[in-house]
Design a protein. Structure first.
Lengths: 600, 368
């Protein structure tokens, strides 16, 4: 064979690898293009045109001229900022405990941290109404112990919003920080100790700086999610806690001003992107995936570094002087073991925080059996009337069935188009892979409100409003990132030599896939399917607009009810939902563990 | 001459995890300037012993004295120790300079002196130009040297090393072994070293502490362990060995006669009292066995058939199946020319009584 023929053959093979080999990702990209990027682009377009379709910045002018909207923006940032601070400060000890404990304990605690994360936002918000209301559990407890004479205003104000949002978002912060902390080699702190560092210096000079990328990534995710919130401020806040997303809802649902709603959405989007750009400038986005545990030397360069190092050294010094005093009281001696007080304190603080995250949801259960018509604590009497009301109502049962159907179809569609894409992303060499992954994951990062408004605008023109099909498509956009992440994680730990072994025994690529690869990663795909199901089943934002008031999903029905009047019926529905979702999560977790075991 | 002061004294230290005993009551002493290696298979308790000295593992009982001071339950940072970790444990966010300065800062050494000490330490490990690099910008060998420098810069009483060369490739490992050895004699530091690599232990150590099943099997120089193992375990762990089960026949004050299972009568130097009729093992190193020419004689002779010949460069091995069915091997310098044996040949293997080690125990550990 000549050299020329050789080289063409190599070229064609390379072409197959790089070009055609990537085709399974195309359906997903096409799907996102039509149902995500195009609608969002449309939304941008209508925000900068007037009613005749001519370029105009009138909407933006109105936005910044009115004190009301500027005020809403300030409030939004204030709420998101405080939520972020609370989530990170309270979440850090939990993340630290999770990262440094034994794998078994970690698995169990993460389940408790995650359980509220997956529990419906609405259920959790109702739980806080039960707990924090005038006649709620907390006020009853405060009065019973004589700490206060009259009920304290814990709800329909800033406090209520803070409690609700911190509760909703802290798991996100904790998981992000934990993944970075787990990448910190666990011999560094012992090494610092052998070099003469007390606990305080070892933590503040060594561990804390290395965990900073996790803190930054956690803050970023919590902040951008908080900026787009509307359920919590609407149900737990007062008029003064109105956030930007609520204004969007108002503009769509009551005045149907597309252009103006588009302009507010774009403001929200710009804020999100700005925060991302700032973050990337400082740390690099790769830290979001928990990949890099190295702090760039440039970040802490110059004066900032001096201040930073001075600060951690001072914190370390203060901690150690306190510890020294405690040592003198407790008496550290060489001839008997000493107790490790700091670890016990950490454990207590972290477990209290986890209790704060996991327990409130369960308060809806007793209320659902109340015979009173109000959400009051302790529940009055015992009756099944609210369950009867739920099961007897065509409205509720219809919504439940619709939610179930939509979730099932969404999970199937998302798994079908996202799994091949995950294969391509893990196994093929692709030009601009990071950018493509970024695009696929962007529905996760973009405020849902923007996606919802954009889809509503699209659906309104092509007649998909109020259809199950439209809802499934919308939910699939949101579910895709979860499926891609889950399947990619499974594939990354998959030993590709098994496929190569099958090939050496004469299996073609299709038979290898169907006989070897898929059976081995099946548990991972099933758990991806269940995650997609839960994402859809719990989704409110898209349903809020595109169901058009007729064919409501369960969360939409709950929302409509809650906005009017919060009754124990909602507690009953929440309880049913709680049991259902918990079962789904435990099922997903069971499949995930089985896939891990299959690999081991 | 007075004995050098003791740097480490371990008495009856014991550690268990639940019902599993990782370390049975153990005693160990380390003199100033000594290089002692804990050698043993995984699970033998060597790392547990090292970690109790470091204070990273709390013992259930016993006493640990470091430099004459009781330190059994002292927090890690109060002990005067240095430790080189398996994967170096360099702080990734600090420069080489800051890594080495860290222990000095913890001891509130004045800035001037920190600078002097770090510079000296970097020169000692031959890395003077790299002070402002980050650990990830260094090669494996360079990281290893920084870890060493960070350890001896504050002159701790003992330096503990937990398989520090495990992550390096063979060539670099050989280089670093010599470098650590030189550093040891140059700075006069006291080292407690853990490895599972017998060659590494023999290259570096003044004494080797062989560990097995959570306790000490034998302590001695490399010579002691190689030529005078006191159990079957020690004989088989260090170097190659030929072991045959035997029964004690008879003997006098200086020599002892034993019979193999096949009934061959062999002579052994008497080292310890042992009753006639008892079963035991004899062990010969492969280089002790000689392939005898037809009219050569030796104190002990066994016959067999050559099953394989292996040339390992400078030395060659000859695998022989004895007529009694046991396999033994001999090792000799490879000769370009000379008497050669071939596969399938009958050979006579001969050796002296002095080169025969009588082993009466499988292990000195009477662990359950």
């Amino acid at each position: 064979m000549t050299a020329a023929a050789d080289s063409t053959q190599i070229k064609s093979r390379r072409k197959r690898r790089h070009g055609l080999g990537a085709w399974p990702i195309l359906p997903l990209m096409l799907f996102l293009l039509v149902l995500f990027f195009y609608p969002v682009g449309q939304l941008l377009a209508i925000s900068i045109t007037d009613s005749k379709g001519v370029f105009s910045i009138a909407h933006y002018k109105r936005l910044f001229e009115s004190a009301v909207y500027v005020q809403v923006m300030i409030i939004t940032f204030k709420i998101a900022g405080w939520t972020t601070i609370l989530c990170i400060v309270a979440g850090y000890p939990v993340a630290y405990l999770l990262a440094t404990t034994t794998p078994n304990t970690r698995g169990m605690l993460i389940l408790w941290v995650l359980l509220p994360f997956w529990t419906s936002f609405l259920v959790r918000t109702f739980a806080w109404i039960v707990l924090l209301g005038r006649n709620g559990a907390v006020n009853k407890l405060l009065m019973a112990t004589g700490l206060t004479d009259a009920p304290v205003g814990l709800i329909y104000n800033f406090t209520g919003v803070m409690i609700g949002m911190t509760h909703a978002l802290m798991p996100l912060g904790i998981l992000t920080m934990t993944s970075v902390m787990q990448a910190i080699p666990n011999n560094l702190v012992p090494a610092a100790a052998t070099l003469g560092a007390r606990g305080g210096q070892a933590f503040w000079r060594i561990y804390f700086p290395l965990s900073l990328p996790g803190v930054a990534a956690g803050s970023l995710l919590v902040f951008i999610t908080a900026v787009g919130f509307f359920i919590t401020p609407a149900l737990l806040g007062g008029a003064r806690e109105t956030m930007i997303s609520q204004v969007i809802i108002e503009n769509i649902q009551t005045v149907l001003n597309w252009g103006f709603a588009g302009a507010i959405s774009m403001l929200l989007l710009a804020t999100t992107l700005l925060v991302f750009v700032l973050y990337d400038r400082m740390l690099g986005l790769s830290t979001l995936a928990g990949e890099a545990s190295d702090v760039r030397p440039g970040l802490l360069g110059g004066i900032g570094a001096r201040i930073g190092i001075g600060a951690v050294a001072t914190l370390g010094y203060i901690c150690d002087r306190i510890a020294e005093v405690l040592d003198r009281i407790g008496g550290v001696r060489a001839d008997r073991p000493s107790r490790r007080i700091s670890r016990s304190v950490l454990r207590i603080v972290a477990l209290l925080t986890i209790a704060f995250l996991a327990l409130p949801s369960f308060f809806v259960v007793p209320i659902s059996f109340s015979s009173s018509a109000f959400m009051e604590w302790p529940p009055v009497g015992f009756s099944l009337q609210w369950y009867e009301a739920y099961f007897a109502s065509n409205l509720w049962i219809g919504a439940s069935i619709r939610s179930f159907t939509v979730a099932l179809l969404t999970a199937a569609l998302a798994t079908l188009i996202a799994t091949p894409a995950a294969f391509v992303l893990v196994r093929r060499r692709l030009v601009g892979k990071t950018a493509i992954l970024g695009l696929i994951l962007s529905p996760l990062i973009l405020p849902r409100m923007i996606i919802a408004v954009a889809l509503f605008y699209l659906y309104a023109r092509i007649g998909l409003v109020g259809t199950t099909f439209g809802l499934v498509l919308g939910h699939t956009v949101l579910a895709i990132p979860y499926v891609v992440i889950t399947v990619m994680a499974v594939l990354k730990t998959y030993d590709e030599r098994l496929d190569q072994a099958a090939a050496t025994m004469g299996a073609n690529s299709w038979r290898t896939l169907s006989h070897i690869t898929l059976p081995l990663i099946r548990p991972g795909i099933i758990s991806a399917f269940l995650f997609a199901f839960i994402v859809s089943f719990d989704e409110l934002t898209i349903a809020l607009f595109t169901t058009g008031g007729l064919s409501a999903t369960l969360p939409k029905q709950m929302w409509d009810d809650a906005v009017l009047k919060v009754s124990p019926l909602l507690a009953a529905v929440s309880t049913v939902l709680l049991i259902f979702i918990s079962a789904m999560i435990l099922l997903a977790e069971w499949f995930r563990r089985r896939s891990v075991r299959a690999e081991a | 001459m007075a004995a050098p002061p003791q740097k480490l004294r371990i008495r009856e230290v014991r550690k268990s995890y639940g019902s599993v005993v990782a370390l049975y009551d153990t005693d160990l002493d380390l003199a100033e300037g000594e290089f002692l290696t804990l050698l043993g298979p995984s699970g033998s308790g060597k790392t547990t012993l090292l970690m109790t000295v470091a204070g990273l593992t709390v013992p259930d009982k016993g006493e640990i004295w470091i430099d004459g001071k009781l330190a059994t339950y002292l927090p890690v940072h109060h002990r005067d120790i240095g430790m080189v970790f398996q994967s170096y444990a360099l702080f990734p966010h600090l420069t080489v300079y800051e890594n080495i300065a860290f222990p000095l800062r913890m001891r509130r050494v004045p800035a001037e002196q920190i600078k002097r000490d770090v510079t000296f330490a970097l020169e000692t490990v031959r890395l003077p130009g790299l002070a402002h690099r980050y650990p990830r910008e260094l090669s494996g060998g360079q990281q290893q040297r920084v870890a060493l420098a960070r350890c001896f810069v504050y002159r701790p009483s003992i330096i503990l090393m937990d398989e520090p060369l495990g992550a390096l490739d063979k060539k670099l490992r050989d280089e670093m072994q010599l470098e650590i050895k030189q550093l040891h004699s140059k700075l006069g530091i006291t080292v407690l070293y853990v490895t599972h690599d017998q060659e590494e232990a023999m290259v570096m150590s003044d004494r080797i502490c062989l560990m097995n099943q959570g306790g000490i099997e034998q302590i001695g120089t490399a010579d002691d362990l190689y030529f005078r193992p006191n159990s079957l375990f020690a004989a088989q762990f260090l170097g190659d060995s030929n072991v045959l089960p035997v029964t004690i026949a008879d003997g006098n004050e200086s020599t002892l006669h034993v019979t193999t299972l096949a009934g061959a009568r062999l002579t052994v130097s008497r080292t310890a009292p042992i009753a006639e009729g008892k079963s035991a093992y004899i062990m010969m190193r492969p280089e002790s066995l000689k392939v005898l020419a037809p009219d050569d004689q030796a104190e002990n002779i066994l016959e067999g058939t050559v099953t394989d010949l292996i040339m390992l460069g400078g030395v060659s091995r000859c695998l022989v199946r004895l007529d009694s069915g046991e396999a033994v091997s001999n090792k000799s310098l490879t000769l370009a020319a000379g008497p050669r044996v071939d596969r399938g040949h009958r050979v006579r293997l001969g050796w002296s009584a002095a080169e025969t080690v009588l082993l009466t125990r499988a292990t000195t550990r009477n662990a359950p």
